[in-house]
Write a protein that binds this ligand. Structure first.
Ligand SMILES: *Cc1c(COP(=O)(O)O)cnc(C)c1O
Length: 348
């Protein structure tokens, strides 16, 4: 095929985790929330449908930005909304990194970052985490053509965070914007939101997919200083968020009581999962997200993944060349996690 840009022909497409549609699986592979979203979400969607969908939505989702700004203690012009936070990762990459220029990533981490660089025709450099999942000094170094740095915190697959003090120092040292992907931050003990006002280069990305149980809806947002947001807005699709998702997302963040209760349940089950895995001999990282990263010092883990899948329990098997493999297990309900632990106990 000669119709496509060489970058596109050369790349492998991003492979999301398996999404069996049949519902017969205990699904612990893509970090979805096991509980339904706040009931305020369904009411907001119904109300929006009742009022009619014949008009285009508000292009910058002002109702959401106003509500989120109040909650976060910023102004609405500090917020950019997207069709999932993946949409915002695309917008930021397109706005900032030119062809042949350099993007810095971490390894092992979210694979989509590399895909975005490839689509853009940018170069990417993958800095390896240290064995304890802390950042090497090299991550903060300036580099020729370095235009953008992605830092997921909590990171996937490890569930570990980089302390905000270190992120601020990093933002100050780097010559380019630093995007802190906080898709899982509502399950963590710290976050980097307040750094945005202190350093123009720091951008903080949030998602409603995980902690608000709305992966099926597609809504995420970015917090940055207004002069940064103003440039990024030019790159987005005119109507990147639809009327239903804007209404639903506004209702979801409006229900902070739901968020606090959900978080408490997930954190309690996370403790149970970590303790159970360690009892089975896994090396399980202390997670600040809604999943855990599990390696085993004696046992190959791929057959465990396969045998769990055979029994209709789906976890994520990840193999990172040059690093090693492991199982990433999403924190489901207590019942789901107990089923997974029981099954592993029977296998091992
Ligand atoms: C899930 C995830 C996202 C994407 O979230 P969406 O808002 O659903 O697009 C972004 N970053 C990381 C690290 C994730 O794991």
């Amino acid at each position: 095929m000669t119709y496509f840009r060489p970058e596109i022909k050369a790349m492998a497409g991003y492979m999301p985790g398996e999404q069996p549609q049949s519902g017969e699986f205990i699904k612990l592979n893509t970090n979805e929330n096991p509980y339904p979203a706040s009931s305020a979400v369904a009411r907001a969607v119904e109300e929006t449908v009742r009022r009619g969908l014949q008009k285009y939505p508000d292009p910058t989702a002002r109702t959401f930005r106003t509500r989120a700004a109040e909650l976060l203690g910023v102004e609405p012009d500090w917020i950019l909304c997207g069709n999932g936070s993946d949409d915002i990762l695309t917008i930021v990459t397109r706005a900032i990194v030119g062809q042949g220029e350099l993007l810095r990533l971490l390894y092992p981490s979210y694979v989509l970052f590399r895909t975005l660089a490839q689509i853009q025709g940018a170069r990417s450099e993958e800095v390896h985490f240290q064995a304890d999942w802390s950042l090497p000094d090299q991550f903060a170094e300036a580099g020729d053509d370095l235009r953008l740095v992605f830092l997921p915190s909590p990171n996937s697959p490890s569930g570990t965070v980089v302390p905000p003090g270190e992120v601020l120092e990093l933002g100050r040292r780097l010559p380019c914007p630093l995007l802190v992907d906080e898709a899982y931050v509502d399950f963590a003990e710290t976050n980097c939101l307040e750094l945005v006002a202190r350093c123009e280069k720091i951008l903080v990305l949030r998602s409603l997919s995980k902690s608000y149980a709305l992966a099926g809806l597609r809504f995420g947002f970015l917090v940055g200083q207004p002069q940064m947001i103003e440039q990024l807005v030019k790159v987005k699709d005119s109507y990147n968020c639809d009327a239903l998702s804007i209404a639903a997302a506004t209702a979801a963040i409006g229900d902070q009581k739901w968020l606090a209760e959900n978080r408490a349940k997930i954190l309690a089950t996370r403790r149970r999962l970590i303790a159970g895995m360690r009892e089975l001999g896994f090396a399980t990282v202390d997670s600040q997200a809604n999943f855990t990263w599990n390696t085993h010092p004696r046992q190959p883990v791929k057959p465990l993944y396969e045998r769990l899948k055979h029994r209709r329990i789906l976890v994520r098997y990840m193999d990172y060349p040059g690093w090693g493999d492991g199982l990433r297990i999403t924190v489901g309900t207590n019942q789901q996690i107990d089923a997974c632990l029981d099954r592993l106990r029977a296998i091992i």
